[in-house]
Design a protein around this ligand. Structure first.
Ligand code: ZN
Ligand code: ZN
Length: 286
């Protein structure tokens, strides 16, 4: 499998409009790896797109991706779904009559489908609209089930926050776990131990990694909602992956590319991990 990181930001991409901090200014001046668009991953081979942030159209053009065999959604949150109109952009046919739109199958884990149906962010209405135009076909993956796409078995793995799923991708003996976001309160189950590659969101940096200085006030609501980086490291210790890639990197955490490289080196030296922080356009083979 070839995994391409189309966007490696979280809810707050870099540069953030109106912000003139060093991170944002460097991102404006130099682009990637300093600039990060919203969270999205493409799996070449089975040609699966996971999540559609608002910049997805730009990301697909940047990556030169012409064909998407299937779309997956990890959860309903806006940073993962607001680019959903890309299915119309890519598939609508305005030239032939009767129109022959391309229809991309969209697979939703059971609880994600429930959240779409319950009207969150107008997702149900918009996907019904696209389905009527023939540009998407919606399929639900019941909890506990898998689908196979292009020879890759895809299993949604429910996390502790019940509205969100990671995806386990298996091809032969190769196992890849991709968690796009929302690891709060999660204890990784034993069957996920030892994957060839694990992709995880960093979580928020409550403390400076090196000095231990508090960066986020103890009472801030974000600490109730999000896993912290320290908590995420505990999950990695349980998962024991062969290779680890962090993504969903938030501008407000204030880590530069060099800061993240230093953290990765430290974790490599202290824990023995093969660890990288992703950047937009990064491609890995596994
Ligand atoms: Zn997110
Ligand atoms: Zn900034």
């Amino acid at each position: 499998m070839r995994i391409e990181f189309l966007g490696t930001a979280g809810a707050i991409p870099t540069p953030r409009p109106g912000c003139h901090c060093d991170l944002c200014e460097r991102a404006r001046k130099y682009g990637p790896p300093h600039a990060r668009m919203g969270p999205s991953v493409f799996v070449h081979g089975p040609d699966i797109l996971i999540d559609t942030p608002e910049e997805i159209r730009l990301q697909l053009n940047r990556a030169g991706i012409d064909h998407i065999a299937a779309g997956l959604y990890s959860h309903w949150h806006p940073d993962h779904t607001m680019g959903r109109r890309v299915w119309e952009t890519m598939n609508m046919d305005w030239r032939t009559w009767p129109p022959r739109p391309r229809r991309t199958p969209i697979y939703l884990p059971e609880r994600v489908a429930e959240d779409f149906r319950s009207g969150k962010l107008g997702l149900e209405e918009h996907f019904a609209f696209m389905e009527k135009h023939g540009t998407v076909g919606i399929h639900v993956i019941p909890d506990g089930d898998s689908i196979t796409l292009g020879g890759v078995r895809v299993t949604p793995v429910p996390l502790a926050e019940s509205y969100v799923y990671a995806f386990l991708l298996e091809e032969g003996t190769t196992r890849v776990l991709i968690a796009m976001d929302e690891l709060a309160h999660w204890t990784p189950p034993d069957f996920l131990r030892g994957c060839d590659l694990v992709v995880l969101p960093t979580g928020v940096f409550e403390f400076d990694f090196f000095t231990g200085e508090r960066r986020i006030p103890r009472d801030h609501v974000v600490l109730q909602q999000e896993a912290t980086f320290r908590q995420t490291l505990e999950m990695v210790r349980a998962l024991q992956p062969q290779r680890l890639i962090f993504t969903h990197i938030e501008e407000p955490d204030g880590n530069s590319v060099e800061d993240l490289q230093r953290i990765a080196r430290h974790l490599h030296d202290s824990e023995g991990w093969d660890v990288t922080f992703a950047f937009d356009t990064m491609v890995v083979d596994v």
